[in-house]
Design a protein around this ligand. Structure first.
Ligand code: NAP
Ligand code: ZN
Length: 349
């Protein structure tokens, strides 16, 4: 018989979160049941529930930054045991056999990867996410949270951490590299910490200077306000790599201009409008404009180990279940320092 677990659900677009008893499937041989302690609020949760990315499957429980402890394992589970500290990010299934899965890029599975919520699983059921006290997930998608990172500050690493770590590594954030992080929210603040730990010289490009002191504390050498047009003139040709984490549309050509020749502007922020960039702005300087989507499971584990080694966790504001709607509005208003994490023990149907 499937078990139920307290969860926060939205019944239709525009409605508020309400506590419900959510059904989780019976454990399959390779499944793990996790007692969730903390769930981060990612801007993607907000884009989804507000249908900014298209129609969502309601009723829906969001949340793909999940940290907790293993409470039960299926008969065939080998990777984790009861009591282990674990995390689940944006993915809960993939075929496991295609070229992409075999190479550790489960997010690009040729059969189609299954997202942690709002996604149709291979069993035909719509997945329900981590704003809940329990989740049942195939062991392949459960990563270990190293001792030394508390679960509340670990939760945001499962999406915001890997989404910034992966492109920073791929596109050369290293000693001697000049890296700009655009937007210092949930993703951006972890991007700053990780890029600094990788040895790069990090500059933050924010709308205002309000977060300057925090940027320096996170490891940035400089914090610039993009509201000042002079910034784009003074810093033209300065950066090897620009990581764009902004959730809204940006005048991309202005940022391309900040790249050195052979530099790359990599976007992880996901607004809806197309980029407008004249080809000549790229050709003059061999510039690259790229995207990056979360990261596969092996790299997610690598990121967690890296963060533990460098003492990196998210900077969080802890909230209880009744504060989630308000927290969504605050994230959209840029009023979060720097990730809300939900104490799931406060969800009471
Ligand atoms: P967030 O916490 O809201 O941070 C976004 C930041 O962007 C804000 O803190 C703000 O930084 C800046 N910003 C917001 N509105 C802006 C505007 N109108 N103009 C200029 N800057 C603005 O969001 P998040 O959770 O970090 O997510 C960021 C984006 O990444 C979202 O679109 C999300 O869906 C996407 N995402 C993508 C992936 C992926 O795999 N590619 C994974 C997770 C999330 P300042 O205050 O410093 O200016
Ligand atoms: Zn996310």
């Amino acid at each position: 018989m499937p078990t139920t677990t307290p969860a926060l659900s939205v019944s239709a677009a525009g409605e508020r979160f309400a506590p419900i008893n959510l059904e989780r499937r019976d454990l399959r041989d390779n499944d793990i049941r996790i007692d969730i302690q903390w769930a981060g609020i990612c801007h993607s949760d907000i884009h989804t529930i507000r249908e900014e990315w298209g129609t969502a499957n309601f009723p829906l429980v969001t949340g793909h930054e999940i940290a907790g402890v293993v409470s039960e394992v299926g008969s065939g589970v080998t990777r984790h045991k009861v009591g282990d500290r674990v995390g689940v990010g944006c993915l809960v299934d993939s075929c496991g056999e295609c070229e992409q899965c075999k190479n550790g890029f489960e997010q690009f599975c040729e059969r189609g990867s299954v997202g942690t919520y709002n996604s149709k699983g291979y069993d035909g059921e719509i997945t329900q996410g981590g704003y809940a006290q329990q989740v049942v997930v195939s062991e392949r998608f459960v990563v270990s949270i190293p001792e030394g990172i508390d679960l509340d500050v670990a939760a945001p690493l499962l999406c915001a951490g890997i989404t910034t770590y992966s492109p920073l590594k791929r596109w050369g954030a290293r000693p001697g590299a000049s890296v700009a992080v655009v937007g210092m929210g949930g993703l951006g603040h972890l991007g700053v910490k990780i890029a600094a730990a990788l040895g790069a010289d990090v500059t933050v490009l924010s709308r205002t200077t309000a977060k300057s002191a925090d940027a320096k504390e996170f490891g940035a050498v400089e914090h610039l306000a993009t509201s000042d047009p002079q910034v784009f003139k003074d810093n033209a040709g300065r950066f090897d790599l620009i990581l764009n984490t902004v959730s809204a549309d940006l005048p991309m050509e202005d940022y391309v201009r900040l790249l050195k020749p052979n530099g790359a502007l990599v976007s992880v922020g996901l607004p809806n409008e197309p980029y407008v960039i004249a080809p000549g702005k790229l050709i003059g300087g061999n510039k690259v404009v790229a995207g990056s989507m979360i990261g596969g499971i092996p790299e997610t584990q690598e990121m967690l180990d890296f963060c533990a080694e460098h003492g990196i966790g998210a900077t969080v504001e802890r909230i209880d279940a009744s504060q989630v709607d308000d927290a969504y509005d605050k994230v959209v208003a840029g009023d979060v320092r720097y990730r809300y994490v939900i104490d799931t023990s406060t969800i009471k149907p």
